[in-house]
Every structure is written in structure tokens, then in C-alpha cells.
Design a binder for this molecule. Structure first.
Ligand SMILES: Cc1ncc(COP(=O)(O)O)c(C=O)c1O
Length: 430
């Protein structure tokens, strides 16, 4: 159930539904409660005063799932590990873009992912995952969750349905499949996972096991402007808000969103283990959301120009850009259905001559900065094999087609000709 409509949570002007980019300026914030301030102040406080002991007791009952007759539907402000006005404003606004009933924000993308997985997968359970995932998520699922008795089975993103089903059958032999976890498009190789197929497998598993696993989709790489997984078969979208949503490479945060039913165990676990986000970072993110569409669309336009330049360069072997998917291919069809004409601004390409040549190019770039991460206003480039994905088993990296000279670039909103000129001079060093 979405939050009740209030004067500051109105999504329409008469009969006209308002767009997320309009609502992003004010939704969920009542200026009257903050001296008429046009923007939410930062509620830099750890705790909130109750108006009476009875009210405090009622809030704790509602928060703990022990509500009594006459208690409010949602708890009032209590303690900033549980709730805070800046957290609530940000969560309300995030739901607009993804069409979610509820969002939960976290201290990092990994905080969101680990809290969601722990909320659904318990000892003896299995996670069915696509691969590759972001390196940190691969480490979490393959190395850390097994320490708590949670196993995993994988399929390569973009694999034929028969192979995905084989992984599912293998998973079922090891335990209850508690969650289907995918990343699409994949970081860094831009492979595409079919979310409608994932939803179909989740339905089948529901009938066979008596438990329908949620389809959890990491939507960090295309972001909420590029695609909305909840409309395509996903049950929960997870994000590293550090990337496009934050968008300025100046904060670390994460989010999960979906129906209120899906979010209930996630929110409860977040309150228990304290993977919540601080008020100041929430305030920065609410500010970022006002420009997320402008920034992302500008970066996407720039990326198309840079990718086209790189594609024809003699020292570049393969550009894994979503705009180059072969029309009529499975990936192209799935991508069109899930993201339309959005091709993102993060892609990998292979430099001829392997790692040494790639390093020479990386060291020669002057405008594009050599750093991990993606989705900022500035362009960033890295060598995933030795950085973000260094912890991934070399055999798996090979299976996934990571070339030694593969670099990943996240194109920002600089002048595109300046970016192309930078690649032109740096590729001379190869
Ligand atoms: C696709 C993806 N998911 C999750 C994460 C983890 O996010 P964070 O660094 O905010 O914990 C990253 C970080 O690079 C990522 O690229």
C-alpha cells in the first residue's frame, strides 16, 4: 500500500498525473512543518521527542509489528536508525521514478544488497544468480553468504533459456530457492537479462516449492531513468545510489524498492542491523533527484558519440555498448522491451594489446579520470580485471569473456568533443 495522499503527497494536478521530474522538487515535504522553508532542512538529530509516554509506547508497538486498536497506521518519528524526515522525503521521491510503493535507503549499495538478501535468504536456502554481478555482490553471494549456510547457483547473463533452467534445477536440488538475483545490464559487460523470463521462473518455483522467490534486480547501471525493473517483472529494484542517482561522485548510498509487502522484512532488518542512511546524505540525494533526468540523458547522449568514435578506432577491438546490439538478436529484443532507446553511459571496450596497452592508454588520459565508480557528472575509467572485479575468480572472469585489455568507462556530461579528443590522444600511447 502506497503512503496515504496528503496535501504534500499529491501526484496529480486535477486529472493530470504529474511526472516524477515535476514531483521531485517538492513531493513528500510539507514546508509548513519547517518554517516555510522551500527545501527540506537537514534534520541532524539522532532522536525525536514524544508528546507523551503513551505516544512513545504506541510508536514502538507499531514499529515492532505489535499494533493495538487505536494505534496510528505508521509510527511517528522515533529514532534516526528507524526513521527521520530526510530519509522519508528521499524514500518518497525515489518511489516516483520506479513506480514503487515503498523505498528503503541504505548506507551504501552493498548495504542495500546485503540487507535485501539477508531478509529473504536464510540458512539452507539457495540464491539463483545471474553472473557477472558487481564484484562486491559476487563476493557477498559466493564467499560470505555460504558462511551463513546460504548457497548459490549461477547462470551467465544472456544465456539461452535452457541453460538458465539447468541452473534452476541444480539450485532446487540444493535447497529452497529463496531469491532470484540479477543485474541487467551487467557491470561491466552490458549483457542483458530477460526480466519477464525471471518472473516466469519465479512463478514456476512458487508452484513447485510453495514459496515464490522475489526477483531482485540491480538497476544501478541504467538507473531509474534508463529502465524501471518493477514494470518488467522485477519485484525489488536495488541501487547503488552512489552512482547515477547521487550523480556527483560525492556520496555513498543505496536503495531497495518494491511493494510495501516486499519492503516490510527489508525495513525491519535494516532497523535491526543499522544499515540505514544518515540525514545529510539523504538531503544531498533529494537534491540530486531534481536533476537526475537531465544529467542521465545528457550523459547517455555523450556516451553514444564516444562509443561511435571508439568503435571505428583501429586500436579498439570491441565496444560493449548497448546501442550496438544486433537488431533482431535476443539481447536487442529484450533490451528494447526493458529500456527502449536508452543505452546508458557506462560500457566496456577492449584495447588491442592486452593489459599493458590498456594501462598505457589509462595513464595517458587527461580529461577522463582514472577511478572506479560510475554515473558521476565527470567521466571515469578503470580496468575492472585489476580493480572492481579483481576479487572475481580468474576462471569465472574468463568464462564471462573479460579480455585482458578490457576497460570500463562511465561517460559524464562534459563536452563530448573534449572527451573524444582525450581518447584520441591517449590511444596514441597504445
Ligand atoms: C552495479 C553495482 N551494484 C552495486 C554496487 C555497490 O554499490 P556501493 O559502492 O554504493 O556499495 C556497485 C558499485 O560499484 C555497482 O556498480
Amino acid at each position: 500500500m502506497s503512503k496515504p495522499e496528503t496535501p504534500y503527497r499529491k501526484r496529480a494536478l486535477g486529472d493530470r498525473p504529474l511526472k516524477p521530474e515535476t514531483l521531485a522538487m517538492s513531493y513528500g515535504f510539507d514546508a509548513k512543518l519547517s518554517e516555510g522553508s522551500i527545501k527540506p532542512p537537514i534534520f541532524q538529530t539522532s532522536t525525536f521527542a514524544f508528546s507523551s509516554a503513551e505516544e512513545g509506547a504506541a510508536f514502538f508497538r507499531v514499529m515492532g509489528g505489535r499494533a493495538q486498536e487505536g494505534d496510528p497506521a505508521t509510527p511517528g518519528l522515533m529514532y534516526s536508525r528507524f526513521n527521520n524526515p530526510n530519509v522519508e522525503v528521499l524514500e518518497d521521491r525515489l518511489t516516483l521514478f520506479d513506480g514503487a510503493e515503498e523505498a528503503c535507503v541504505f548506507s551504501s549499495g552493498m548495504g542495500a544488497i546485503s540487507t535485501v538478501l539477508m531478509a529473504f535468504a536464510h540458512t539452507g536456502d539457495v540464491i539463483l544468480q545471474s553472473t557477472p554481478l558487481y564484484g562486491g555482490t559476487e563476493t557477498l553471494i559466493r564467499n560470505i553468504m555460504p558462511q551463513y549456510g546460504v548457497k548459490s547457483h549461477d547462470f551467465v547473463a544472456g544465456a539461452p533459456e535452457a541453460e538458465i533452467r539447468e541452473a534452476m534445477e541444480a539450485g532446487l536440488k540444493s535447497g529452497r530457492i529463496a531469491a532470484i538475483y540479477v543485474e541487467t545490464p551487467t557491470n561491466p559487460t552490458n549483457e542483458v537479462v530477460d526480466l519477464a523470463l525471471m518472473a516466469q521462473l519465479a512463478d514456476e518455483l512458487g508452484e513447485r516449492q510453495g514459496h515464490r522467490p522475489p526477483v531482485i534486480v540491480d538497476n544501478t547501471v541504467l538507473g531509474p531513468i534508463g529502465q524501471t525493473p518493477l514494470s518488467q517483472g522485477g519485484d525489488i529494484s536495488v541501487y547503488s545510489l552512489t552512482k547515477y542517482v547521487g550523480g556527483h561522485s560525492d556520496l555513498i548510498a543505496g536503495a531497495a524498492m518494491g511493494s510495501s509487502e516486499m519492503m516490510a522484512p527489508v525495513r525491519k532488518l535494516r532497523s535491526a542491523i543499522g544499515t540505514n542512511l544518515d540525514p545529510h546524505t539523504c538531503w544531498l540525494l533529494a537534491r540530486s533527484l531534481e536533476t537526475v533526468k537531465l544529467r542521465m540523458e545528457a550523459a547517455f547522449r555523450n556516451a553514444a558519440l564516444v562509443a561511435n568514435y571508439l568503435k571505428d578506432h583501429p586500436k579498439v577491438e570491441k565496444v560493449r555498448y548497448l546501442g550496438f546490439l544486433e537488431p533482431g538478436s535476443r539481447d536487442h529484443t529484450v533490451h528494447q522491451r526493458q529500456a527502449g532507446d536508452y543505452h546508458g553511459s557506462t560500457f566496456a571496450f577492449d584495447v588491442e594489446g592486452g593489459q599493458a596497452a590498456a594501462f598505457r592508454m589509462l595513464n595517458a588520459l587527461k580529461v577522463v579520470k582514472l577511478a572506479v565508480s560510475l554515473g558521476g557528472t565527470e567521466s571515469l575509467i578503470c580496468h575492472p580485471g585489476s580493480t572492481t572485479h579483481a576479487g572475481v575468480d580468474p576462471e569465472l572472469r574468463q568464462r564471462l569473456g573479460f579480455a585482458d585489455g578490457m576497460v570500463r568507462v562511465s561517460i559524464g556530461i562534459e563536452d563530448p568533443d573534449d572527451l573524444i579528443a582525450d581518447f584520441e590522444q591517449a590511444l596514441q600511447a597504445v
